[in-house]
Design a protein around this ligand. Sequence first.
Ligand code: NA7
Length: 545
Amino acid sequence: MTEGSSPVADVDAVVVGAGFAGLYLLHRLRQKGFTARGFESGGDVGGTWYWNRYPGCRCDIESVQYSYQFSDELQQEWTWSERYASQPELLAYIEHVADRFDLRRDITFETRVASATFDDDTHLWTIVTTDREGEEETVRSRFFLLGSGVLSTTSIPDFPNRDDFEGDTFHTGRWPHEPVDFSGKRVGVIGTGSSGIQSIPLLAEQAEHLYVFQRTPNYVVPARNRPLTADEVAELKADYAGFRARQWERPSAFLFPFNPDSALSVSDQERFEQFERQWDIGGLPFLGAFGDLLLNAESNRLVTEYWQAKVREVVDDPAIAELLIPKGDIFGGKRLCAGTNYLETYNRSDVTLVDVSGAAEGAAGIEYFTSTGLQAAGQHYELDAVVFATGFDAMTGSVVAMDITGPDGTTIKQQWSNGADTYLGMAVHGFPNLFNTQGPGGPGVFVTMVTGIEHQSDWIVDCMSYMRDSGYTRLEATAEAQENWVNVVDEAAAQSLRPKSDSWYTGANIPGKHQKFMPYIGGFPAYRQHCQASADNDYAGFNLS
Ligand code: NA7
């Protein structure tokens, strides 16, 4: 730029992240003739599946559904080997997509977006990135598109003296690329969410002794992962389009046996048999046993009762079984966990479950670390390694980590400190020409992620095309449209029992974070209608200029 001239855009869009969302955005932008640059802090594509390499890591949604559908050639040439793909297979798939559509050439790896500032004179974002060596680059872009991840900003609680520990430490969401050998080691795992539940059985197989420090037990059902048969794959590939169409009509964009009846509408015996059928299917589809498990407190109590009996059946020691049963929490309020040999692992003599809830008399949870282990519930545990399976600053963490400043000087971090309000889950009043994917106010994790990503990305790039065709250079969600959308999101949440649970959906897992149930849970078909209605009405809810 020469002095005095107004800056020009380097690209039409900057895309943050090279996971499922970032990659598809880049592909779609290219298809529609937009120029784009992607920035990714990791060393390669993959997002969640690049970072989460812990033992046992796999998807809890069936792979044939948790995959792209924009290209039938891709669907036909890729064959999933298991019902729930493991992390290596998912990563191989994403790498294949990146190669097949030549997406890496637009992406700068090992580079973070540090800041983005919108200039209201030029209608451009000035984006500053920092690479691993601290080198900065500035890019001017018309649009700023975020695919930075729902569960990508790891969280490790601030345990006293944590740095004193001289053994090895790991976070499940930042697992090393080299294999880690825990043989002969005393290993502590902190956290019993999905990541803990997937990794604990495999860590137990390796470690000399495994100590699981559990603050809150979680509901877990058997995943029942298995290889896909050749017949299943052939049947799917013969009508992938029909399968996808049916998927799109489900509230979660996830096909599984679903019984719409109330759990209260059948006899005790019929209810038990239905729970048994769904238990045998395994995984998250267990929640499809009855239509009102998450709507009606009595139905939820009945499924909880069924589940508790299963725990007592599987776990040999009655005292351990009681510790593994959540006290008073909604069944499925937190994301239901799908495990393999999880409960059974507590029958091993080389696994100790330590209650760090602080509930026992005189106990105070994890008190502090020492050079050789940690002090918890009044006792010192000597450890060689600690695995933090302590989760993420979900949904907003990766967005507020960037210094994103709107035209009035407000940062998105400041604006979201009292609640992450959005319009349609993609736009934020005060932040023109910015679109987020899978963020607060969107269906996010309540629809099959990859399907939701494709839908939002298509909508975003269509909106950009509309602006290009109409000569608009600035778009901003109106305050009124955003307020109305927040009400739609809140009303949908109010129908469900889920917000009653403290979870990462509500921000409760991060001390000091504003607490509110963030996702839109009105269902994928309803969400698509809302998005379509805006598009059909010249992007109603936005000011365009
Ligand atoms: P989660 O589900 O947020 O689980 C984190 C776990 O870490 C959970 O058991 C927490 O207990 C525990 N935790 C957090 N802080 C502490 C402290 N201070 N002391 C003891 N224990 C603690 O994260 P995941 O990675 O397992 O799963 C996230 C999502 O990824 C999952 O839902 C799937 O969608 C995929 P708490 O319940 O807070 O008492």
